[in-house]
Design a binder for this molecule. Structure first.
Ligand code: SF4
Length: 502
């Protein structure tokens, strides 16, 4: 969507860059940007910049260097660990923000760099990190991130697109991660507000594309190029006209078309949905249950009963699907071993009740994400043992178990809750970013004051590893992202946090 919206402009020449394709350098570009969807993508940035001959630190770029900008959920939630590498970070939906950003740049294109940055900082949703300075107390605790003068907004508000069309693929190729699929965004955000969920909290309010003006034309456009359609969104079946969309796709005209959906809400799985998806080439459905324990689901605000999960499996089989993929988490706040046992028991029960249906359980470790109610919680070390417990109970009983690495969840948490003091660690870790040991070594070096500091005003050493990763933070703590305004206030997030744990 970002590429397409830039490519449509007559005043912009845009190229995409693939980090694994050894693409030629575009040294003469005015703008160099990237979108980050998850934390572990970010640390490639210093190497990427340096490979392209762009100074790694924003403060070392001059008038001739490109403006380096970024966006996407990771940077919108907490850009601080990567902030010293960016000239500008776009917070929120790109639909209006990106054109406003480009227009502002065009208006001052030949001005000195600093003047361009000051102009960009006036665009709602554009964060220019170099114009904000973190303050620390004598112990090295963050006590604020302030605009460097009063002409700069004190806080930056995430931008929200409220139109009635969402996005769809603009490039369809067999080389893509999902080959030859035309993806259509059916809904944005999710109204369920599971307390850990960035996909919901960061992108509120829940928005749905109009069926007539958005979804049907978008699908038809894709069908001119491919017969594979992907319906995309955090919870696509929550679109109020999802059944009408399905009925439309059930027509004979689509007999040679394959339709797949991303995760659906278990309570919305009915035989008709399963039948149409099976008829259109889907083999399985994906539902996120988070936990097999009713208590745990209630803590995280997952409004889903065990009966609804059992019915979803029954209906999936009835409709002709072959498998059900479930997603869960371990290490959630207040979770006990008994809750994890409940997950294993539920999976075994599902298998017994719906013979012939193939079950897969993907399980991640809970990672606190900025701008969600569980941002104050930490990664729980018990999670590692609980992943093993699930493997032991499920694998010998014919359930495919796909755990996410506990170790990498820890690094995700590091990237998700740190402030700017992590930037020298990211710069130093280099290719060792592929190993856990590499991260730990670089962090230790930062704690010991052995890393080259970022240019500019010196920052204190980073907090202890466990303080970032594991510690439950106090509600009055100044967060690295306090100066960035998401959809809900910190007070509201705190209320949701307290409700969950009560
Ligand atoms: S249902 Fe899924 S997408 Fe929606 S809030 Fe819960 S975890 Fe997030």
């Amino acid at each position: 969507m970002v590429w397409a919206s830039l490519a449509r402009r007559p005043d912009v020449d845009v190229r995409r860059l693939f980090t694994d394709q050894k693409d030629p350098l575009h040294r003469s570009c005015d703008l160099f940007g990237l979108s980050l969807s998850w934390e572990l993508d970010g640390p490639v940035l210093p190497e990427l910049l340096s490979n392209h001959g762009i100074p790694v630190w924003a403060s070392e770029r001059d008038d001739m260097d490109p403006i380096v900008f970024g966006g996407g959920p990771v940077l919108t939630a907490n850009p601080e660990p990567l902030a010293p590498f960016f000239d500008a970070v776009l917070l929120g939906d790109g639909e209006l923000l990106l054109p406003a950003f480009i227009d502002a740049l065009q208006s001052c294109r030949s001005a000195p760099r600093q003047e361009r940055l000051l102009t960009l900082a006036q665009v709602p949703g554009v964060y220019v990190p170099s114009l904000y300075s973190p303050r620390y107390d004598a112990d090295g605790t963050l006590i604020g991130v302030d605009a460097i003068n009063t002409s700069i907004p004190a806080s930056i508000e995430k931008q929200t697109w409220r139109g009635n069309t969402l996005s769809h693929s603009t490039v369809i190729t067999p080389e893509a991660a999902w080959p030859d699929i035309h993806m259509v965004e059916v809904v944005r955000s999710c109204p369920e507000l599971c307390r850990f969920c960035l996909a919901s909290y960061l992108t509120l309010p829940f928005r749905t594309a109009s069926l007539e003006d958005g979804l049907i034309p978008a699908v038809e456009k894709g069908l001119a190029a491919t017969r594979r359609i992907g319906l995309l969104g955090a919870s696509v079946t929550q679109h109020p006209q999802f059944n009408e969309l399905l009925q439309w796709l059930d027509q004979d005209d689509f007999d040679d078309t394959r339709v797949s959906v991303s995760s659906v809400r278990a309570a919305t799985v009915n035989p008709e949905l399963s039948r149409i998806l099976a008829k259109r080439g889907s083999r399985s459905l994906t539902i996120a249950i988070e936990s097999g324990s009713e208590r745990m689901r209630s803590v995280v605000n997952k409004k889903l009963s065990t009966e609804e999960i059992l019915s979803a499996a029954h209906h999936a089989k009835q409709g002709g699907l072959r498998g059900l993929k479930l997603y869960g988490m371990v290490g959630l706040p207040s979770e006990t071993d008994a809750d994890v046992e409940d997950t294993a028991t539920l999976l075994l029960h599902l298998k017994k009740k719906t013979p012939g249906l193939r079950f897969t359980l993907g399980t991640s470790t809970f990672v606190p994400k900025a701008q969600t109610p569980f941002q104050w919680q930490g990664v729980r070390p018990e999670a590692e043992k609980r992943l093993k417990l699930l493997a032991k109970r499920l694998k010998p009983n014919g359930i495919e178990f796909r755990p996410e690495s506990y170790g990498w969840s820890v690094i995700q948490a590091l990237l998700s809750r740190s402030d700017r003091r992590l930037a020298p660690v990211i710069a130093a870790v280099g290719e060792a970013r592929e190993s856990m040991g590499g991260w730990k070594k670089s962090y230790r070096a930062a704690l010991n004051g052995e890393l080259p500091a970022a240019p500019g005003e010196p920052l204190p050493r980073p907090p202890a590893w466990d303080e970032v990763i594991r510690e439950i933070w106090q509600p009055n703590r100044v967060l690295p992202w306090t100066h960035l305004k998401g959809p809900l206030s910190q007070d509201r997030l705190q209320e949701h946090h307290d409700q969950a744990l009560q």
